[in-house]
Design a protein around this ligand. Structure first.
Ligand SMILES: Nc1ncnc2c1ncn2[C@@H]1O[C@H](COP(=O)(O)OP(=O)(O)OP(=O)(O)O)[C@@H](O)[C@H]1O
Ligand SMILES: Nc1ccn([C@@H]2O[C@H](COP(=O)(O)O)[C@@H](O)[C@H]2O)c(=O)n1
Length: 244
């Protein structure tokens, strides 16, 4: 038996709360697969921008939602994403994609398509998986073994994001107030859409990461996963014993 049973872990939260960093590290530590669902929404947005779809026109986005093939890798040590066979991992992080993704992800046909992909990937991850996004605990995997909702103050999130954007001499390339404004605008759009908004599941454990280092958050989530795994293992072990 592997050290960690095949647990399904859902990690949700607003932008810049540390979902990707935490989920990758937890999955790598515990030998689980990893799925970045934001990357899938970004990849379909990138494809639409490249293929002449007006991303502000919900009908045009809906009509194109089924067209591209979106393929995600699930190795936490080397996450991969492609659209129609083209590597999208770099281009999906551009400002152009970030600015358009909330409008695209609000379209029900897009959500239906991407949610289907997510459920298939989770069902095929026999060794367990950490899936991170905005609606994993509420909609995509409501029966997950563990649901975590990460939060952090807008100031902390903007400072973290700005820390990623440095020039060669180490100075910040973007203004903190503008970064914070962009983050909160995206959260507002993601929380207010009709279909599957960003929302904490009632049974999720909320972890406020504002005052925590990434290592502390990872430690905390690893402990929660191990607890959930032990709870899952208990009845199976009991059945095994009874069968002996
Ligand atoms: N607890 C923490 N303390 C300090 N920095 C952190 C912490 N957690 C994450 N970071 C840093 O904050 C930045 C954003 O983290 P990450 O990309 O994991 O957030 P996210 O929630 O996945 O964001 P998004 O939803 O926008 O993709 C990264 O540079 C990451 O290294
Ligand atoms: N489950 C999800 C995940 C993401 N989105 C949308 O994608 C955008 C980008 O997500 P990142 O995590 O890469 O920043 C996000 O702003 C949402 O619009 C989603 O709707 N559902």
């Amino acid at each position: 038996m592997s050290a960690t049973p095949a647990v399904i872990v859902a990690i949700d939260g607003p932008s810049g709360t540390g979902k990707s960093s935490t989920s990758k590290a937890v999955a790598a530590r515990l030998g689980l697969s990893y799925l970045d669902t934001g990357a899938q929404y970004r990849a379909i947005t990138w494809w639409m921008l490249n293929n002449g779809v007006d991303t502000a026109d919900a009908d045009a986005v809906a009509a194109a939602a089924g067209k591209p093939s979106i393929v995600s890798g699930t190795d936490p040590l080397s996450p991969a994403i492609s659209a129609d066979g083209a590597d999208a991992s770099g281009p999906i992080r551009t400002q152009e994609v970030t600015a358009a993704v909330s409008a695209v992800s609000a379209v029900p046909e897009v959500r239906e398509r991407i949610t289907g992909l997510q459920r298939t990937i989770a069902a095929e991850a026999r060794g367990g998986i950490v899936v991170e996004g905005r609606d994993i605990g509420t909609t995509v995997l409501p029966d997950a073994d563990l649901k975590v909702f990460l939060t952090a103050s807008p100031e902390a999130r903007a400072a973290r994001r700005n820390g990623e954007l440095k020039t060669a001499d180490g100075t910040s390339v973007s203004d903190l107030a503008a970064t914070q404004q962009a983050l909160t605008a995206r959260d507002r759009a993601d929380s207010s859409r009709k279909t599957s908004p960003l929302k904490k599941a009632d049974d999720a454990v909320e972890v406020d990461t504002t005052e925590l280092t990434l290592e502390q958050v990872v430690e905390c989530v690893v402990t929660l996963v191990e607890k959930a795994a032990a709870g899952k293992e208990g009845p199976a072990q009991d059945r095994e014993k009874a069968a002996r």
